[in-house]
Design a protein around this ligand. Structure first.
Ligand SMILES: C[S@@+](CC[C@H](N)C(=O)[O-])C[C@H]1O[C@@H](n2cnc3c(N)ncnc32)[C@H](O)[C@@H]1O
Length: 268
């Protein structure tokens, strides 16, 4: 338990000093230009969010976002007319979201600092829980997943993204941090835990997620990897992109994608 708390404090410190989605943005902090650049960059790099989220389908619905980061998706929920609640482990993230809402004169139900492993909401509260790229950073990811199920209303939906271990990005990360560092015996999990964003980051396989959801009160489970900007090495030169394309052909395209999208309904 102590180790879990210590790791969580490290995770909090990491994200508090580097609010997610703001790393490459150079505009003045909290200015309109700053927030607009965050939004442009996010959906340029992660366009798959739109078709998965279906923001506009949640007008008047109760939506909880777990791990709001800089709040770009949160803004879409509010713009779409959802009654939106948001939590994040860091005050800095919550401050970003509050400032953004203020800027556009938008209102949310509540934004607060909270832990995905202990959501401060009653059972059966929400029509949708959205969590993109968050719960794999929390030390007890299964607990965070089960909290999401707990707060969903019966019949309501969860849409979650966590990292996928058997992906091009993870394999290339292993080449960089294990093979080229002369420690090829180190596992993918070890490399991701130690070098991917905050300490203790995990990535899962489809089977592992199926197992986590086995015997939980959920139905219509869909678990799908998505080949991303990061797998395609679009930040790198053409020869590197060619390597990624070849790997994608060999490994089955989307099957080797870094994002694992998970969707399910809570049983009635
Ligand atoms: C990669 S960012 C993703 C943020 C946002 N969903 C996005 O896609 O831009 C990870 C976020 O998860 C938050 N986080 C990590 N562990 C958490 C926890 N146990 N409870 C709540 N938020 C957590 C971090 O503070 C950070 O804002």
């Amino acid at each position: 338990m102590q180790a879990n708390d210590e790791l969580k404090a490290e995770v909090r410190d990491f994200w508090d000093s580097k609010t997610c989605g703001t790393w490459e943005v150079e505009k003045e902090k909290f200015s309109k230009e700053y927030f607009e650049e965050i939004e442009d960059v996010r959906y340029k790099l992660q366009p798959e969010i739109f078709s998965f989220a279906e923001f506009t389908r949640y007008n008047s619905k109760k939506v909880l976002e777990v791990g709001v980061g800089a709040g770009t998706d949160f803004l879409q929920w509010v713009r779409a007319g959802a009654e939106a609640w948001g939590i994040d482990l860091t005050e800095n993230a919550c401050e970003h979201v509050r400032r953004r809402l203020e800027l556009y004169n938008l209102k949310a139900q509540d934004i607060r600092v909270a832990d995905s492993e202990n959501l401060p909401f009653d059972d059966n509260s929400f029509d949708l829980v959205w969590s993109w790229g968050v719960i794999h950073h929390s030390p007890n990811t299964p607990k965070a997943l089960y909290e999401i199920i707990r707060v969903l209303k019966p019949g309501a939906k969860a849409k979650i993204m966590i990292y996928h271990r058997h992906s091009i990005l993870a394999y290339l990360f292993w080449v960089k941090h294990a093979l080229l560092k002369f420690r090829p015996w180190k596992s993918l999990a070890w490399v991701l835990w130690n070098f991917m964003e905050s300490s203790g980051t995990k990535a899962y396989t489809v089977k592992e997620v199926e197992k986590l959801l086995e015997s939980k009160p959920v139905t219509n489970v869909k678990i799908k990897p998505v080949l991303t900007y990061y797998d395609k090495l679009l930040r790198f030169n053409k020869p590197m992109q060619l390597v990624s394309k070849l790997l994608a052909i060999i490994l089955g395209g989307d099957k080797a994608g870094w994002f694992l999208t998970i969707e399910f309904d809570k049983k009635m």
